[in-house]
Design a binder for this molecule. Structure first.
Ligand code: SAM
Ligand code: MD0
Ligand code: SF4
Length: 336
């Protein structure tokens, strides 16, 4: 069946068959092991004004912060002890981190080194579009992954979402990252006015990019933004796309994010063929989520302890650090 046909499935039994196929493909490639990523929103300042995002520059509501090095290190230590496989440092496009003028970029570079020294965890960085030199410095410091989601590969739709941001520049940054030896994560938003052929086209573009990790997250309306009253689609649609991604990228990593529906939405995403749980966030550090700035954080649902019962019912288990490192190394040798 072609991609658009799969994406138009609606009947419950058809969907169940698709999800089952996706799980079989996951099993053939990854067994029953699921990778886990810790998440820290390092800076919630941003120069951009994406219409879908709570942290867009013009929104007055978010709590803006830049987490101190020591706090992020504590967080990484906590998550590492819990057994996560990777630490994702995310930030708004905060220009303070874009050059060496004020010391923040150098502090970030040092933070990456410290996380690796203290926890031995691989690091993913999600800083948005940053200068090539900054990316090169982070790569040299030992960052493993660059995550940067295009949201859509329809340039006209992109323009309405990422207002004022050049489509090509954002796409190109991922090629730059790959050339620097980084693994790359690319992704799309669903429920933002895309057509089924837009999604199919995204899959083609992401295949051409040869991305290592590929995600879909459904759009969650954010207070204080132009899309605050935009309809929110059913989470099942995100799951359908996850399953189609699994069919299209059998041996790549596909996240089930805790950020969209919290712990309650984990099982359905794993059942759709996801093999990474992202956005594990420890309580009590005052950290924000992205699609939900608070959901399930302070009640400790977004922790390894929180997710284990779900892994159990799905007959899955959390991968050990060695399993994850082996996968990463194997991917790195493909293009080095
Ligand atoms: N500022 C960097 C950037 O935009 O690449 C890094 C932040 S990254 C965590 C932001 C990602 O979260 C976006 O690329 C988008 O895919 C997702 N996101 C943001 N707002 C969202 C929302 N309201 N609903 C669902 N996903 C959202
Ligand atoms: C997540 N909140 O995994 C995080 C974020 C950025 N690399 C990831 C969107 O859902
Ligand atoms: Fe800024 Fe990223 Fe939010 Fe866009 S998605 S407003 S770049 S934090």
């Amino acid at each position: 069946a072609d991609t658009v046909q799969l994406l138009s499935l609606e009947r419950e039994d058809d969907l169940e068959m698709l999800f089952e196929t996706a799980r079989k493909i996951r099993k053939a490639n990854f067994g029953s092991k699921i990778f886990t990523y810790g998440f820290a929103y390092k800076s919630t300042f941003c120069r951009n004004d994406c219409t879908f995002c709570y942290f867009r520059r013009s929104n007055k509501r978010p709590q803006r912060y830049r987490k101190k090095t020591q706090d992020v290190l504590d967080i990484a230590r906590y998550l590492s002890k819990e057994g996560v496989n990777l630490m994702d440092l995310t930030m708004g496009e905060d220009p303070r981190f874009h050059d060496s003028k004020n010391g923040e970029l150098d502090a970030l570079v040092q933070l990456v080194k410290d996380i690796k020294a203290v926890t031995d965890l691989p690091v993913m960085i999600s800083p948005g579009v940053v200068p090539d030199e900054a990316l090169a410095m982070l790569a040299a410091a030992g960052v493993t992954w660059y995550a940067c989601y295009q949201e859509t590969h329809n340039p006209a739709l992109f323009k309405t979402l990422r207002t004022g941001q050049p489509y090509e520049e954002r796409l190109e940054k991922k090629r730059v990252a790959r050339k620097l030896g980084l693994l790359i994560e690319e992704g799309i938003l669903s429920g933002i006015g895309e057509s089924l052929s837009d999604i199919a086209h995204s899959i083609q573009v992401m295949r051409a990019l040869d991305v290592d990790q590929v995600r879909v997250m459904k759009f969650v309306p954010q207070p204080g933004t132009p899309m605050a009253t935009h309809a929110e689609e059913a989470s099942l649609r995100e799951c359908l796309i996850i399953a189609v991604l699994r069919l299209s990228f059998p041996d790549r990593l596909i996240p089930a994010s805790l950020d969209v529906d919290g712990l309650a939405g984990l099982k359905m995403r794993l059942n759709a063929g996801a093999n990474v749980i992202t956005s594990l966030v420890p309580p009590e550090y005052g950290l924000s989520g992205v699609a939900h700035s608070e959901l399930d954080i302070e009640n400790a649902n977004r922790t390894m302890t929180g997710i284990r019962p779900i892994l159990d019912v799905c007959h899955l288990s959390a991968a050990k650090r060695e399993d994850y490192l082996a996968w990463v190394r194997a991917r790195q040798t493909v293009f080095s």
